[in-house]
Design a protein around this ligand. Structure first.
Ligand code: PGA
Length: 260
């Protein structure tokens, strides 16, 4: 079995302006005891990225953006930020988060354009997929996830696919305190996400792409998720807003990685 380096990302959503964000970043740096070489990413709102970026410069924590526009260079798109602009600023970008799909009508086609834009400018792209509660209850999770993966990766080369991470986030588990069952989540990650990637890219690429679980992860449940075969990290919302909680999660993931 391939040993994949874990990746833990914090999605701050629309919390933490520049001053609060920088403070949180400093607190996190103080609290984070590096146990293993994990990939750690924090994704503040755009307006806080400069301050947070400055705070974590030269540390083991990377900066990510929560969104990017699909037109990759520049143009008359009021309020949008392009991949070209972001590429000098951060290493990662989250694309297709369910909150964007839901509140900003991001379709699979739009997600694909954003993925392409981010990759074109050399960023690592965290691609979010996940079914809603109705799709889950109706037994449609497999179809939804396979479709989201296929469409997000349309036209993405093998080489570029290696720059991506998938975050499986069942919508009903996000911010609800009701995390998925870890074994169920692993089945989705292994069979529907990695299985689809295998069909598209073959063994080598699909084995290397890291898959995160996201949805109500905290210090108390992280250990049950990180031991799963196909969960290579987590995407964290609420718990990433506390330096203590986030660093606690990082320690547990680091320990598991070393003991594995
Ligand atoms: P949560 O959010 O950890 O607060 O459930 C996860 C996410 O939206 O990425």
């Amino acid at each position: 079995m391939t040993k994949r380096k874990p990746i833990v990302a914090g999605n701050w959503k629309m919390f933490m302006g520049p001053a609060d964000g920088a403070q949180l970043a400093y607190r996190l740096l103080n609290a984070y005891e590096i146990i293993a070489p994990l990939d750690v990413v924090i994704c503040p709102p755009f307006v806080s990225m400069t301050e947070v970026g400055r705070a974590i410069e030269g540390s083991a924590i990377c900066l990510g953006a929560q969104n990017v526009f699909w037109e990759s260079n520049e143009g008359p798109y009021t309020g949008e930020v392009s991949a070209q602009m972001l590429s000098g600023w951060c290493d990662y970008v989250i694309v297709g988060h369910s909150e964007r799909r839901q509140h900003f009508n991001e379709t699979d086609a739009i997600v694909n354009r954003k993925v392409q834009a981010g990759l074109y400018y050399g960023m690592r792209v965290i691609i979010c997929v996940g079914e809603d509660v109705h799709e889950n209850r109706a037994g449609n999770t497999k179809d939804v996830i396979e479709r989201q993966i296929r469409e997000a990766y349309l036209g993405v080369t093998h080489k570029d696919a290696l720059q991506t991470v998938v975050a499986y986030e069942p919508i009903w588990a996000i911010g609800t305190g009701l995390a998925s069952d870890p074994v169920e989540a692993n089945k989705v990650c292994a069979e529907y996400v990695r299985g689809t990637l295998y069909n598209m890219y073959g063994d080598e690429v699909s084995e290397k792409i890291r898959i995160q679980y996201g949805g109500s992860i905290n210090k108390n449940n992280i250990s049950e998720f990180i031991v799963q075969s196909d969960i290579d990290g987590v995407l964290i919302g609420g718990a990433s807003l506390s330096a203590e909680d986030f660093s606690g999660i990082l320690s547990l993931v680091g320990r598991h990685y070393l003991s594995d």
